[in-house]
Structure formats: structure tokens, C-alpha cells
Design a protein around this ligand. Structure first.
Ligand SMILES: Nc1ncnc2c1ncn2[C@@H]1O[C@H](COP(=O)(O)OP(=O)(O)O)[C@@H](O)[C@H]1O
Ligand SMILES: [Mg+2]
Length: 237
């Protein structure tokens, strides 16, 4: 297990505002206790599933914050919490992906990302807030941020209308052949989910550092989506 060596600041963009942290000279965007346990578990489970299906997600890992480090921190930084945190490796020379970049992304990659977001019920990849990075020198997109997956407010029509890859979303919603291809594409997520679930750090099962308030993460929602994927009902669900 690797330890955070310095906490620099809190990212300005985004709702859960990850901390920019260092492990020696490597920079990470880190979601700790402040981002909520459900956010951390979402990042970990969805990150592993995204990686397994081959989406270009920013490399990620679990890092540790020691008790000694917490004691030395001023209050806002202290809220990162001790123990395991979710860390996304900082991608250099990137901009946030915007509408103008869409033509650079192949339709195949667009529809794969839409299929994945549908599977994880993620409405947090919209035109105003893409949660995608774009690397100008490689012309590639990089996927980040799954903390709002398995959204209670998930609505199919809204998802298709607001997704950054709206045209791909419409295609997927209406084309049986694409749906079948995407079912195949998503298969590796199933094994990845069960493996990642078994690797969740023990303290994440509690909302607080005293470890007496259970997190109640909604695993049944993922397992229901897996059931739909296995029974050919993912797109109609
Ligand atoms: N791996 C990364 N590389 C570069 N920038 C990142 C990375 N992860 C996050 N960021 C930056 O931090 C911002 C907030 O991160 P995000 O995961 O979207 O958190 P939130 O849940 O707060 O929206 C992103 O919009 C992006 O600017
Ligand atoms: Mg975000």
C-alpha cells in the first residue's frame, strides 16, 4: 500500500472537490471521506469496470492517509479522513472535453462510453459537465469521475437528451444491433465488479472514522444492472 506524502490543495472544479495530493513527485486527484463513502465506492467499482471493458479511464489506485499526517493538517484538508482513499493519477496537458472536441472522438468510443454510463446509471456526463478530459497532443479523451453513478434520479429520457454524446445515445436507444454489440462490450465488467467489491477497504463500510455508522452502499442496484445485462433486458430496463 502506498502513502500520500503531501496534500496540496482542493480542486476548484466539480462538486465533491477532490484533493490534489502527492506521492513523492506523482500527483493524484483524491477522493477521501469528505467526498462521502458512497462516492468513493462508486469511483472504485466503476473505475475497475471501466478499465475491464477497455475505456480510456485515467489510471487510478487506492492510497493511504496516515493518522500522523491527519494530525498535522489544518481543518479543511483534515476532512480527507484517515485510511484508504480513491486516487486518480493526474493527467498532464489536458483540457476539459467540450462540444468542439466531439468530432475528434470516434463514434465507436462514444457509443461505448454511452453504453457504460447507461449500465452504471450515470447522468453526470452532460454537455455542461462532461467529466472527460481531452489531451490535445494525442487528440484522445480520458474518462474520469464516477462518484454519482447508480443515481436514484436516473431517467432514461433525460439521460439520452443530456449526455455529452447525445447522438450516440439516441443511436443506442433505437438500434438493436448496436445494443447487442454493447452487451458483448460490457461483459468483462461483471467479473471486474465482483473482484473490485471484494477489494473494498474495510473502513469504507462505515461512514465515519469511529466506524459505527454503516455506509449502506446500494450494491443491489449494480447487481440488478448485471442481471439485466445477463438476461438481455439492459436497454429496456
Ligand atoms: N486524473 C485527473 N487528471 C487531471 N485532472 C483531473 C483528474 N481527476 C480530476 N481532475 C480535475 O478535477 C476536477 C474534479 O474532479 P471530478 O472527479 O470530476 O470530481 P467531482 O466529483 O467533484 O466532479 C475535474 O473536473 C478535473 O478538472
Ligand atoms: Mg466531476
Amino acid at each position: 500500500m502506498r502513502y500520500i506524502t503531501d496534500i496540496q490543495d482542493i480542486a476548484e472544479q466539480g462538486f465533491s472537490q477532490p484533493y490534489r495530493c502527492l506521492v513523492d513527485d506523482e500527483e493524484y486527484f483524491v477522493k477521501g471521506l469528505r467526498s462521502t463513502r458512497i462516492s468513493q465506492i462508486n469511483e472504485w467499482l466503476c473505475g475497475n469496470m471501466a478499465q475491464a471493458v477497455g475505456l480510456p479511464i485515467a489510471p487510478f489506485c487506492l492510497l493511504q492517509v496516515t493518522e500522523e499526517m491527519i494530525e498535522l493538517l489544518p481543518t479543511p484538508k483534515r476532512n480527507i479522513g484517515k485510511g484508504a482513499v480513491f486516487a486518480s493519477r493526474s493527467q498532464a496537458h489536458c483540457v476539459l472535453l467540450e462540444m468542439a472536441h466531439i468530432e475528434k472522438i470516434t463514434f465507436k468510443q462514444q457509443i461505448q462510453l454511452v453504453a457504460f454510463d447507461w449500465f452504471i446509471q450515470n447522468m453526470d456526463r452532460t454537455q455542461g459537465n462532461t467529466n472527460l478530459l481531452f489531451q490535445p497532443h494525442t487528440q484522445k479523451m480520458i474518462v474520469i469521475d464516477h462518484n454519482l453513478a447508480f443515481d436514484n434520479e436516473f431517467q432514461a429520457a433525460q439521460f439520452c437528451q443530456l449526455h455529452i454524446f447525445q447522438a450516440a445515445a439516441q443511436k443506442l436507444a433505437n438500434d438493436f444491433v448496436y445494443q447487442q454489440h454493447m452487451e458483448q462490450f460490457l461483459q468483462p465488467a461483471i467479473t471486474a465488479y465482483y473482484h473490485a467489491k471484494s477489494q473494498i477497504p474495510p473502513e469504507w463500510h462505515y461512514k465515519n472514522e469511529e466506524l459505527d455508522l454503516p455506509t449502506h452502499y446500494p450494491y443491489h442496484k449494480i447487481e440488478q444492472q448485471i442481471y439485466h445485462l445477463q438476461h438481455g433486458t439492459l436497454w429496456s430496463s
